[in-house]
Design a protein around this ligand. Structure first.
Ligand code: SF4
Length: 311
């Protein structure tokens, strides 16, 4: 059975075995982050809408969950901003009523949290993983390249207000990029803002594999450790690198070979692979990360995006 809006379950660094739910089509987003692993934003918008019919989502969920799969989370994520779907509150209510045994997580870029209505719609989830990469306008615009109407101060305020209302866990992710948001001044601004938000965890991340912009570098492990130290007493962790394949229960070696064979014939982007192999882009990305770490493939920036070639 093939699902259009569900993907996985994928083994996730932070969420264990997580069934992904796509609420918006590929790259409908309010940001166009330089580090985005799923490609350039094609629809940069802050307009909420019924991007995917709720009845289709509910049908797929009911079919998939009828087999009572073991999951750590059902996660609203995907290759765009889930809070742009105006029906997210209804979907949350549907899952919480029909399948109360499952925990719900949401990965969001935080832009829509400035709306009180949105905060109320999602207050019954179990875990929110919002992003905040900068607390100065300059760094914010540089790294997140947002829709022009998005305001940083409103995002920070939205996060503060949501944390007050929310009884679940909040793990705030900060993506660090050298020369943009890792200077002492930027880090001090970020720390001040995060203290006000008061998340349950602060998770520091950096580039794992090519983003959408050429020449982007990761932060070194030593510098990440220093930055983590600077953020204390906030409850900060550096997100561990992706675990090895034998630790991932749903890592399919056949899929890995098919990806490797495909890119041995000709270089492909993650999106090409996703379309050719009928796999969700997030799933393709997990395999690509492992192949890059195993040094079996290389990434090359070209005009149409980041291409992967066999070594
Ligand atoms: S990283 Fe997330 S928020 Fe940023 S452009 Fe990609 S999908 Fe949008």
């Amino acid at each position: 059975m093939k699902y259009k809006h569900l993907f996985g379950p994928v083994p996730s660094r932070r969420l264990g075995v997580s069934l992904g739910v796509d609420l918006v089509p590929h790259k409908v987003c309010s940001m166009n982050c330089i580090y985005c692993e799923v490609g350039k934003t094609t629809t940069l918008t802050i307009k909420r809408g019924d991007y995917i019919p709720l009845k289709d989502l509910m049908k797929e969920l009911s079919e998939y969950l009828a087999n009572e799969p073991e999951l750590d989370y059902i996660t609203f994520s995907g290759a765009g901003e889930p809070l742009l779907h105006s029906g997210i509150g209804e979907i949350i209510h549907y899952i919480k009523t029909e399948y109360p045994q499952y925990k719900l997580a949401l990965i969001t870029n935080s832009t829509m949290l400035c709306e009180k209505k949105v905060r109320n719609e999602i207050k019954d989830i179990d875990l929110i993983l919002p992003s905040l990469d900068a607390a100065s306008e300059l760094a914010f615009r540089k790294i997140n390249r947002t829709h022009p109407k998005v305001k940083l101060s409103e995002i920070i305020n939205g996060l503060i207000e949501f944390k007050k209302l929310f009884s679940g866990e909040m793990w705030l992710e900060v993506f660090l990029s050298p020369g943009i948001n890792d200077t002492q001044e930027e880090l001090a601004n970020l720390k001040e803002a995060i203290m006000k938000i008061s998340p349950d965890q602060v998770q520091l991340n950096t580039l794992d594999r090519p983003g959408t912009q050429t020449g982007l570098e990761p932060i070194s492990e030593e510098r990440m450790a220093e930055i983590a130290e600077f953020f204390r007493p906030l409850p900060v962790t550096v997100i561990a690198k992706f675990k090895s394949r034998n630790k991932l229960s749903s890592f399919d070696v056949n899929v890995e070979s098919v990806i490797l064979e495909t890119i041995s014939r000709r270089p492909c982007t993650a999106k090409d692979l996703s379309e050719m192999l009928g796999l969700h882009i997030n799933e393709v990305n997990k395999y690509i990360s492992t192949l890059l770490k195993d040094d079996k493939i290389v990434a090359e920036e070209q005009r149409r995006g980041v291409f992967f070639c066999a070594k």
